[in-house]
Design a protein around this ligand. Structure first.
Ligand SMILES: C[S@@+](CC[C@H](N)C(=O)[O-])C[C@H]1O[C@@H](n2cnc3c(N)ncnc32)[C@H](O)[C@@H]1O
Length: 254
């Protein structure tokens, strides 16, 4: 089956990313990466159980923290988590992120894959005050060149720098002139390690899928290193087909 069919066979909650929650250490890495500190007004869009807000306040001493989520149950969990801690200067709002005012933000964590939401937010992000930092994970903001990358964490600072094309954007994310198998594997693995749970048994499977997607995209954009398909890519394509009945080969030169 084509990889799209495989993906649609997964549970809806996995596809929507609705219940994903970053591990605590990922928050710490992200906040160090963004140099979050005591002068910051931090917004976590899609804050889930509030762990990011707690770590921003308790360990990074932000001036103010705002968590927004449209799932009432998660907002209750978040409020409960913070209640005992007696920390000042935070709020949680149960709302759609598209309806919320965040114009005082200095740092925003925005991990969304839904293209409709991303497109609607882009216009609002671009009107934020100069110097405001927006952190995304895995993918950059559409059409933008990142200001800083520690893959899978990506930072864009207002005003946005426009990328000439997707090729330029991809090479800026991977900090390289071309993407070979080793680069694709290394970046896929960084992503799996950053967001996965330490005991996940399927990490290798996820890394194989991600590295094939990275390399095939690079190849189709003309930024893979050379015209040949590297042997490890051939091998993984074949393993996926033979043992998992997942076809990715048709994606080449689409
Ligand atoms: C990491 S975000 C990513 C999920 C998102 N659907 C996507 O586009 O990938 C997950 C968190 O965002 C929350 N969420 C999803 N859509 C939202 C929205 N429109 N407004 C506020 N929170 C939202 C979920 O309840 C969850 O806690």
């Amino acid at each position: 089956m084509k990889i799209e069919e495989y993906l649609t066979s997964l549970p809806q909650s996995i596809l929507s990313g609705q219940d994903v929650q970053l591990p605590d250490n990922a928050f710490r890495e992200i906040f160090r990466f963004a140099e979050l500190g005591k002068d910051d007004i931090f917004y976590h869009l899609g804050c889930g159980n509030g762990k990011g807000i707690l770590i921003a306040l308790e360990e990074f001493g932000v001036k103010n923290a705002v968590g927004i989520d449209n799932d009432g149950k998660k907002i209750i969990l978040a409020k409960d988590l913070l209640k005992e801690k007696n920390l000042p200067n935070y709020t949680f709002q149960c709302n759609d992120i598209r309806q919320v005012d965040f114009c005082d933000a200095t740092v925003i964590l925005f991990w969304f894959a839904d293209q409709k939401i991303i497109d609607e937010m882009m216009d609002r992000f671009s009107r934020l005050k100069s110097g405001c930092k927006i952190i995304t994970i895995w993918g950059p903001l559409p059409g933008c060149l990142p200001d800083k990358v520690e893959f899978p964490y990506i930072l864009n600072i207002i005003p946005f720098k426009k990328a000439n094309d997707i090729k330029e954007q991809l090479l800026a994310i991977f900090c390289t002139d071309c993407v070979d198998f080793v680069t694709a594997w290394e970046f896929a693995e960084r992503y799996t390690k950053a967001i996965g749970s330490p005991e996940a048994g399927n990490d290798r499977f996820l890394t194989i899928l991600q590295s094939l997607v990275i390399w095939i995209n690079a190849k189709n954009l003309g930024v893979a290193c050379g015209d040949e398909i590297p042997q490890p890519i051939r091998t993984y394509i074949s393993i996926l087909k033979t043992f998992f009945n997942i076809d990715v080969e048709y994606l080449l030169n689409k």
